[in-house]
Design a protein around this ligand. Structure first.
Ligand code: SAH
Ligand code: SF4
Length: 330
């Protein structure tokens, strides 16, 4: 879906048509131009010919979690996930890139490499897919997390353009506070977001409390080491007064010891820092921590007065499947 093309098609129409069309597609969620009853028949026919509303996709259901495998016109495939929480919240976990260049060794996406950045329209399309799906159940998309494939801060402009579109009252009307961006720690992106003064939620994939381990798990740490990363997040929090969620995967005998919990607690001194412990979803390389170790790790953080949750981030149940998206290798 290329919204520039849609705007070109409507260029000769009166101005209000574009607004009507956006409302039809992104608010009323029509699946066919013939359903756009507020448009003249002749325009509906023209749009039918020139602008397809079809999303090339496949829906894969895994219990409460639904995955969409979306294929773009250049045959690039990506995955998005819908997380339905029992309380009516419906969170779409979107991909910002096809693949990822960061190579984190615990992450399935990182292992398949990088294909290309997604455009803002391709990010929006993922939300549109699930919005249409939910409409049939009289539900709507309430939250967005950029925790699918890719590193959102390496595609900053398209991610922010998509966020602006999702915010619009005449489209999805999803407030910035309902949108979370997760980064592996790209400091320039964190700085840019501080300067942008947006009400977005920021999450940091930390996963290790020291450089020697984080270097091994996440190669980006060599460029943006833990100390610099924490300093950048401190600065972000002081400028924006917004909470930041640190995500910490628990991997058996790699990053789940009592000493590591204590080290992590020392980094989490700021009262607006929160930790979300995520049981590692096995991708073959490591084993998930055992429940005893997880419990102990959490207690140590709590004793140090760190705000800590297990699997729940910003009130969303962030399904770890988000770290297992590999659409492009299938
Ligand atoms: N690139 C960004 C956003 C996408 S990854 C980032 O890294 O933050 C989304 C989340 O899933 C990250 O916190 C990532 O570390 C986590 N993740 C990756 N592999 C995982 C796995 N095997 N099990 C559980 N979570 C995983
Ligand atoms: Fe990329 Fe995030 Fe996976 Fe690392 S964890 S490889 S940054 S998607």
């Amino acid at each position: 879906m290329n919204l520039n093309k849609l705007e070109q098609i409507l260029a000769e129409e009166p101005k209000y048509r574009l607004k009507q069309v956006y409302e039809d597609v992104f608010h009323n969620l029509i699946g066919s131009w013939q359903d756009a009853s507020d448009l003249p028949l002749i325009l509906r026919d023209k749009l039918d010919q020139e602008f397809s509303l079809k999303i090339d996709s496949q829906l894969i259901s895994e219990g409460k979690t639904k995955k969409a495998l979306i294929t773009f016109p250049d045959n690039i495939k990506i995955e998005s996930v819908l997380l339905s929480h029992g309380d009516g919240r419906q969170t779409v976990c979107v991909s910002s890139q096809a693949g990822c260049s960061m190579g984190c060794n615990f992450c399935a996406t990182g292992q398949v490499g990088f294909k290309r950045n997604l455009t803002a329209d391709e990010i929006i399309e993922q939300v549109l897919f699930f919005a249409r799906f939910l409409k049939k159940e009289n539900q709507r998309v309430s939250n967005i997390v950029f925790m699918g494939m890719g590193e959102p801060f390496l595609n900053y402009d398209n991610v922010l353009a998509a966020v602006n579109f999702l915010n619009r009252k005449d489209t999805f009307n999803i407030g910035a506070r309902k949108i979370s961006i997760s980064t592996c720690g790209i400091i320039p992106g964190i700085k840019k977001l501080s300067a942008d003064k947006r009400q977005l939620n920021l999450a940091i994939s930390l996963h290790a409390p020291d450089d020697s381990l984080r270097d091994k798990l996440m190669p980006i740490n060599k460029k943006y080491p833990v100390g610099n990363l924490i300093a950048a997040v401190n600065d972000y929090v002081n400028r924006t007064s917004r909470k930041v969620m640190f995500e910490y995967l628990l991997i058996d005998q790699i990053n789940d010891s009592a000493e590591q919990a204590e080290e992590l607690a020392k980094l989490m001194e700021h009262r607006l820092f929160m930790v979300n412990l995520i049981p590692y979803n096995s991708t073959g390389k490591y084993k998930p921590s055992n429940p005893e170790a997880i419990k102990k790790f959490k207690i140590i953080l709590e004793q140090s007065e760190v705000n800590v949750t297990l699997r729940y981030g910003f009130g969303h149940n962030i399904n770890a499947a988000c770290g297992q998206l590999t659409a492009i290798s299938r």
